[in-house]
Design a binder for this molecule. Structure first.
Ligand SMILES: [Zn+2]
Length: 60
């Protein structure tokens, strides 16, 4: 799902713009807050989600 304008900064709730950034390897797009400069990269944000390792345990 693509979010358009109307995104709000998670820190200050300010207006954000979708901008292009250059990484060492390639280009990527991320949201940048016009107010505080917070950068929210959708990809990074997704990678930040804690992974819960499901350990299989034999019960019994
Ligand atoms: Zn902000």
């Amino acid at each position: 799902m693509v979010r358009r304008h109307g995104n709000r900064c998670p820190r200050c709730n300010g207006a954000m713009v979708y901008e292009r950034f250059q990484d060492m390897l390639d280009l990527f797009y991320a949201w940048r807050c016009l107010n505080c400069g917070e950068i929210v990269d959708p990809v990074v944000a997704r990678n930040r989600e804690p992974e819960r390792n499901r350990k299989k345990r034999a019960v019994g």
